[in-house]
Design a protein around this ligand. Sequence first.
Ligand SMILES: [Ca+2]
Ligand SMILES: [Ca+2]
Length: 391
Amino acid sequence: MDQSNHEAQKVSVQKRRLVLSAILLGTCVLFLARPVSAEDFSGQIVIVTTPKYERALRNEISQYQRVLYREGFQVDILSEDWISAEQIKHALTSSRYESIDGAIMLGNVPAALVKRGKEEPRPCALFMMDLNGQWTKAKDGGDYYSGVPEWPEINPEIWVGYITAETLDGDPVEYARVYLERTVRYHESGTVDGQNGALTFIDDEWAKRGASTLGLEEIYHDKVTVVNNSDSTTAARYREELAKTYEFIHLIAHNNHGFTGHRFAEKSGVANVDYKVVQYIQPKALFYNLGICSNACFTQPNYAGGWYLFGGEGLVVLGTTMPGAMNKSDYLYARLAEGVSFGEALKEWFHEEIPRDLDSTNRRWYLSVVLLGDPTIRRPRVTSVQQADFA
Ligand SMILES: [Ca+2]
Ligand SMILES: [Ca+2]
């Protein structure tokens, strides 16, 4: 990892913590209704959207800007009928955004596609996060990338989150509206206290290799429920667990031969849980890590990650757009436990975990990881009483 980059990140994180701490000091709730002064800005956030969304969600975007402003961010809205991901990346690398922390893609904005081997090209968030790498367009004339930068350029400079319900059944703008209202409420009240704990649900293939709490104990200590016994990891049991009130769910399973669900190994064969189950249950969990091939491929109709984000109370969904899953989540969860945002933690995870010799086997684990939702979300601090019980 580039040392100066790393130091700059640390300083940036520390500055943000200082701003947050200052806000927290005088109150028992998370945020004060006091705007920070211009010199307090610790970074810039760009919300990338289109005129259609900007017009329809003017109030919600404005409220969202307001809560981010209070957390110390200068927030710009870039609204255009974007032609390509390259056009967006070019805008984000302008001198105007020298201190950019991250970008939020809201609505029908284009994503860069990457083609891996014989698979269909898939959206790749890392393209947008990596502002200085040399990405190589496919030689066959297709509008996608086949080559990716080498170390160290491949590391991301910014975090990026995708809030897009464009491919889900229903009205995508309304889903985005409800989502923005939800995340603004969370920023304002931080009413979640961590007491609902986390669930890891790990199907046979990974359970056999010993997968258990997956690092979530860093955040939730002894409040991690592990379901990894092959007799227990059934579709029926998953539906049951999904309906409970966990704060965080990390699921590892195969997908159901597509983008829209999961498949569990059972004694009698396999059983599927598809997005309609998520639609029906409207799960209460706020955070998800979907260790399931392609479930976060947001260009696909009714992608499961989309239903986790928009179908219940979801705030952040980590997943993959291609076959693969987030390998090694411990570092990410440790950073979340320390209070950094999901976006920042994921960006740092890339720096920490991406192998210097990114061979073809390893590429699948890193190229496809994506954050769906609001990357500025942090886990709220627990109150002092709960902290005593929780520590
Ligand atoms: Ca880079
Ligand atoms: Ca099973």
